[in-house]
Design a binder for this molecule. Structure first.
Ligand code: ATP
Length: 263
């Protein structure tokens, strides 16, 4: 057995439930889901399509309210009525989605897209220097700020989306299948960038993936979801070497070549 993580949680979910629809056709997208993201930690959420991962993320981002249960930022209860806390959540928890093609506005310059969260948070400008800094941080040229997303490759667009997410200096970065839409050769660079940014900024990372190998490379802890439940959770090294659930074993067996689990 491992020692429970001593670091306080920056973001946590407590017994979340969410049902869609009514009657016999209703779906329990989440059925009592709890998890804690330690400050500066990295948690991978894995599970097949329909497991409830996206529903959980929407709740962690404050975009959807659970039927029951709680989301907490540090130890504070997030509710729609607590506007100040909701604003903190929106700033402190940022997200990168699977497909940078649809998440970046093609009409906006890259610089303008990256500065968007700063404007939305009404953070004082000018933002030009911060945008240049962010482009460098994700391995792009600061001069690229004037260009449009169509001029970039898929991997570069994902770097731009990451720069935008980093702009308001989040405490938690949520990456929702961040490399699934990318070529295998490009994936490695994006994963390395996420790892590097995490160690540089100290932000926590929540990574959703159906791919255990991706989670194994970046996350200290893994949460396995199925049918709206957390069926298994624990430190990555432990869960990879000694999975308790048949389903987890199946997920691991689907990985062609297991990476070295991070100790
Ligand atoms: N807005 C909605 N209306 C109705 N049903 C929904 C809605 N959102 C999710 N669901 C249902 O809830 C369940 C969980 O869906 P969710 O998208 O959270 O799973 P997921 O693990 O993210 O899957 P995927 O990997 O395909 O994104 C599924 O059965 C889904 O059909």
């Amino acid at each position: 057995m491992h020692e429970p993580d001593a670091r306080p949680a920056i973001l946590s979910a407590h017994s979340l439930t969410r049902r869609y629809g009514t009657g016999p056709r209703a779906t329990m997208a989440l059925d009592g889901v709890s998890l804690a993201i330690p400050e500066g930690g990295s948690v991978g959420i894995v599970g097949e399509s329909g497991a409830g991962k996206s529903t959980l993320l929407r709740m962690l981002l404050g975009l959807e309210t659970p039927d029951s249960g709680e989301v907490r930022l540090r130890d504070q209860l997030v509710t729609r009525r607590n506007r100040a806390l909701m604003r903190s959540l929106r700033r402190e928890v940022q997200v990168v989605f699977q497909d940078p093609r649809s998440s970046l506005d093609p009409r906006m310059t890259v610089g303008s897209s990256i500065a968007e969260p700063l404007r939305a948070q009404r953070l004082p400008g000018p933002h030009r220097a911060r945008v240049a800094e962010l482009l460098s941080a994700v391995g792009l040229e600061p001069g690229m700020a004037a260009r449009h997303p169509a001029e970039f490759s898929g991997g570069q667009r994902q770097r731009i989306a990451i720069a935008r997410a980093l702009a308001p200096r989040p405490s938690v970065l949520i990456a929702d299948e961040p490399v699934s839409a990318l070529d295998v050769t490009v994936r490695r660079g994006i994963l390395a960038l996420l790892r590097q940014l995490r160690s540089e900024t100290g932000m926590a990372l929540v990574m959703v993936s159906h791919d255990m190998a991706v989670v194994g490379q970046l996350c200290d802890d893994v949460v396995v979801m199925r049918g709206g439940h957390v069926i298994e959770a624990g430190p990555t090294a432990e869960l990879f070497t000694n999975p308790r659930q048949t389903y987890t074993r199946e997920l691991l067996a689907a990985v062609p070549q297991l990476p070295q689990a991070r100790g």
